[in-house]
Design a protein around this ligand. Structure first.
Ligand SMILES: C[S@@+](CC[C@H](N)C(=O)[O-])C[C@H]1O[C@@H](n2cnc3c(N)ncnc32)[C@H](O)[C@@H]1O
Ligand SMILES: Nc1nc2[nH]cc(C(=O)O)c2c(=O)[nH]1
Ligand code: SF4
Ligand SMILES: [Mg+2]
Length: 258
């Protein structure tokens, strides 16, 4: 397992291209989130992220990135070993910080897989993506000193500066079939969501319908979701947006590899 600094250095080093991807885990499960919830899918989780949401449910890809560098061939082989699956979800961490994610997506598309990319929407890449599952990060995700899971708010400023890149976000919306999947912590998030959706609509040629906008309750365990899901469902009805469950958490709680 390479140490965190290795993941971060190599991920931002141009010379690292062609040398594979830092992979945290590959597993077979049901897509738990969004419009494809319930579809059997192989998940490929890269390590390393350009943001630091305080609530990140994949701590070992963001706050303490760990994983093994693997070449695309070996990742494809493991994906293919799950013979029932026709869908692959590339996630992280932030998969689009890695240039090599493009090659992985090209190989998956050539093999006939449907590809979903789970991304925070801050980095645009040209790749065969069937569904861009974009989760733009709200102010309520910022790791302020009182909510920092690791330190004393050292990431607050960088996260706040980088969490929205309207240029990258609108390019992605124009290029790919898209869902905008917002993590909702409470009612106060909604004014920021409606404002962001309006900005995306103004910046793109694409029609972003209200049911392309998904509200997802914050929570990495069933117990945490018990405190958020009903309120978020009511907010979806009130604003006319779509609610998405976190089916994997309902089914398997926070078990690894689900
Ligand atoms: C771990 S992220 C990886 C992909 C990308 N970095 C992103 O944030 O979209 C996968 C998904 O989990 C969501 N997520 C992370 N932590 C969460 C939490 N505590 N509650 C609800 N959703 C969460 C993210 O917003 C994103 O939609
Ligand atoms: N079952 C399941 N569905 C998911 N959808 C998006 C996930 C992610 O972490 O990106 C995820 C995940 O971690 N597990
Ligand atoms: S952007 Fe995604 S992976 Fe990065 S810290 Fe936030 S939820 Fe975690
Ligand atoms: Mg997850």
């Amino acid at each position: 397992m390479p140490v965190a600094s290795d993941v971060e250095e190599r991920a931002t080093d141009d010379d690292a291209s062609g040398e594979g991807l830092p992979i945290n885990e590959v597993f077979y499960s049901l897509q738990g989130e969004g419009t494809l919830a319930g579809v059997p899918s192989v998940f490929v989780r890269t390590s390393g992220c350009n943001l630091r949401c305080w609530f990140c449910d994949s701590y070992h890809t963001s706050w303490e990135p760990t994983g093994a560098w693997r070449d695309v061939d070996s990742i494809i082989e493991e994906v293919q070993s799950h013979e029932q699956a026709g869908h692959v979800v590339l996630t992280g961490g932030e998969p689009l910080i890695h240039e090599e994610s493009v090659e992985l997506l090209e190989r998956l598309a050539a093999d006939g897989y449907h590809t979903t990319v789970e991304t925070n929407g801050t980095i645009y890449r040209d790749a065969p993506i069937d569904l861009a599952s974009i989760s733009p990060k709200l102010a309520s995700s910022t790791p302020t000193p009182d909510r920092d899971p690791k330190g004393d708010g050292e990431w607050e400023e960088k996260h706040e500066e980088n969490r929205i890149d309207m240029d990258a976000l609108s390019r992605m919306v124009d290029a790919y079939e898209t869902q905008l999947k917002f993590v909702v912590t409470d009612e106060s998030d909604l004014s920021e969501i409606t404002g962001l959706v309006e900005r995306v609509r103004a910046a793109t040629a694409t029609t972003v319908a209200d049911d392309d906008v998904l509200l997802m309750p914050e929570g990495m365990t069933r117990e945490q979701l018990d405190g958020t899901r009903s309120k978020v469902a009511e907010l979806a009805m009130e604003y006319g947006y779509r609610y998405t469950p976190r089916l994997h958490v309902d089914l398997w709680n926070d078990a690894p590899g689900t």
